[in-house]
Design a protein around this ligand. Structure first.
Ligand code: AMP
Length: 586
């Protein structure tokens, strides 16, 4: 039988970890020290892109590769820190030339291509707020997010524009500029510009916009159980957190070759796929292709990846591909593997140890926290299945909610409650755009309430238990059931819709919808396919349900809310729990 702990021997590690003494590092930590290290004075101007790019471009790391992009086919393309600095200056000048300025919002909707990285960092230099959209979104999630954020500029590809934005462009009055980073058949769609032409005409020297620590920099959409998606606002000072966590949780060292597999359409791809490695002057490899087990092993080998940050779904897909595939590849440089986004089962941690030769270090955070909060650290023993311990600068605790919504700390170990974080830190979100009340509800005094259920054991390790709401986590992506239900309800046959996350061995949870039909419509395979197609077309493959079941009626509370919890319990054959608020007959 496997032990329930993986012991770490520091002596045996190829590189001394940045954090050797957990307690001492926590006690010595202060944000002022991090600020000083980045050469920042308190309250002085701060710009994430200056810290991430320009700071290295004028120093000894100027010629070092910042990004090495691996296209699906063809030769890798590299950008040094100096080249990245010039390209992002050009992009910032393009924006300024278009009259796009500080506080305006720019969205990117594209695959992991160099132009996306240049646009993100160039916009930040211009003080323009950046919001990434996932390219697998369908027109509905795109339109909703553009409307909420009053997006002024969209950077995308001609193909994505034609398929997903052009048909709804007239419903998006805020959208003034669409910059296409490629041209498919040579003809520009009406109302768009060719980014390459604007870049060629722009200067590669830009006088940075004056941004302060509290100026908004990033807008990341996340999902709740009800209502529209929430746009979490992050400020320029968040860079302090990306830097500190890159050091402690990812153990970045100056000569590392880092690979974060997350798409920049999600918060991990932005904070750790772009910002944290750049802040450390570290080279990142970016794979432009979709997941492929063999390709991934080849990348680890050929690119000599030393630090790898990936996700449980990807690890489970590698596990499925079988250990034999891995035997054909050698990656002796790989020294640290971390994972985030969904629960990492102990089996996956052990798979790392046995098949990769390295355990997988789970860590926990969420869009709102802006950076890693709890992590398994290189020098600490791992308890497989645990998220690890709070990082220096982070105070995590378990709380319980009383009847009147009062919050009390749970001091005892091993008691399940809501995970909360005490205090304020640089990357904590500063608001949900336009939704003050929803934002306020996340806080109680000096506590930020995460909405996750967890417990802390006697050694101070935190264990994820579940979500306190109905939000679905599929392949690491947070999906709001309401967004899916709304689209199903727009179909003429659908009377009611309830959407749940159904446990799935590979992707964690899979989106399953239950619908009841309006009179005159008949449940059957043809309608099921039609509904699946309708949802996929509107929502995109990443969000649409994979399964749809028909029910005569959906269980509702007496106040009329669909009881997703009950749908889930019934689906899984679990006890129905408290049904005292259930409407008779449902
Ligand atoms: P997002 O805001 O999309 O990054 O999703 C954040 C949510 O993902 C958290 O609130 C958790 O529910 C879940 N999550 C993130 N990391 C972990 C982890 N290591 N273990 C379990 N759940 C996680």
């Amino acid at each position: 039988m496997r032990p329930d702990i993986i012991r770490k021997a520091i002596d045996g590690l190829p590189v001394a970890p940045n954090l050797l003494d957990y307690q001492a590092a926590r006690e010595a930590f202060s944000w002022d020290l991090v600020r000083a290290e980045l050469g920042m004075a308190a309250d002085a101007p701060v710009n994430i892109a200056r810290l991430a790019v320009d700071r290295h471009a004028s120093g000894p790391r100027a010629a070092r590769t910042a990004f090495r992009f691996l296209p699906a086919l063809g030769e890798p393309r590299s950008l040094s820190f100096a080249e990245l600095a010039r390209a992002t200056d050009r992009f910032a000048n393009v924006l300024r030339g278009l009259g796009v300025g500080k506080g305006d919002r720019l969205y990117v909707l594209a695959g992991r291509v160099p132009e996306l990285y240049v646009a993100v960092l160039g916009a930040l230099k211009n003080g323009t707020v950046v919001s990434p959209l996932f390219s697998a979104f369908g027109p509905d999630p795109i339109a909703t997010r553009i409307r909420i954020g009053e997006c002024k500029v969209l950077v995308t590809t001609a193909g994505l524009y034609r398929r997903k934005v052009a048909p709804i462009r007239d419903q998006l009055p805020s959208l003034q500029h669409v910059l296409l980073l490629d041209q498919d058949d040579g003809e520009l769609p009406p109302g768009t510009c060719a980014l390459a032409e604007l870049m060629a005409a722009a200067s590669d020297s830009f006088a940075l916009e004056d941004t302060g620590p509290e100026d908004p920099a990033l807008l990341h959409f996340t999902s709740g159980t009800t209502g529209t998606p929430k746009g979490a606002i992050h400020v320029h000072e968040a860079a302090l957190m990306h830097f500190a966590t890159g050091r402690y949780a990812l153990d970045l060292h100056p000569d590392d070759l880092f690979w974060c597999t997350a798409d920049p359409g999600w918060v991990t791809g932005m904070s750790y796929g772009i910002l944290a490695p750049l802040l450390h002057g570290v080279t990142s490899v970016v794979d432009e292709a979709d997941f492929d087990a063999e390709r991934w092993y080849r990348i680890l080998q050929d690119q000599q990846v030393s630090v790898w940050y990936t996700a449980p779904t990807a690890i489970r897909m590698l596990m499925k591909a079988g250990p034999e595939l891995r035997q054909g590849y050698r990656f002796p440089q790989l020294r640290f593997v971390a994972s985030v986004g969904e629960p990492l089962n102990p089996e996956a941690v052990w798979w790392g140890q046995e098949v990769l030769g390295l355990p997988i270090h789970d860590n926990w955070w969420q869009t709102e926290t802006g950076g890693i909060m709890i992590a398994n650290l290189p020098a600490l023993d791992i308890k497989p299945g645990s998220m690890g311990k709070p990082l220096p600068g982070v105070a995590a605790l378990i709380v319980s909610r009383g009847d009147g919504d009062e919050i009390a700390e749970v001091a005892a170990d091993d008691v399940v409650g809501e995970l909360a974080l005490r205090g304020r830190w640089p990357s904590l979100f500063r608001g949900y755009l336009g939704q003050e009340e929803r934002y306020r509800k996340c806080f109680s005094g000096e506590l930020y309430l995460t909405g996750d259920l967890a417990r802390r054991d006697g050694d101070g390790y935190f264990w994820f238990v579940g979500r306190s709401d109905d939000v679905i986590k599929s392949a690491g992506h947070l999906i709001g059931p309401f967004e899916v239900e709304s689209v199903l309800l727009e179909h003429p046959a659908v009377a009611e819709a309830g959407v749940i996350g159904k446990p799935d061995e590979t992707v964690g949870e899979m989106v399953k919808a239950f619908v009841s039909l309006k009179p005159g419509f008949e449940a059957g395979e043809t309608l099921r396919r039609e509904l699946l197609g309708h949802a996929r077309k509107r929502l995109g493959a990443a969000v649409a349900p994979k399964e749809i079941a028909f029910l005569a009626t959906l269980p509702r509370t007496r106040s009329g809310k669909i009881m997703r919890r009950l749908l889930k319990a019934r689906e899984l054959g679990l006890p129905e729990g408290d049904t005292s608020t259930l409407e008779a007959g449902s």
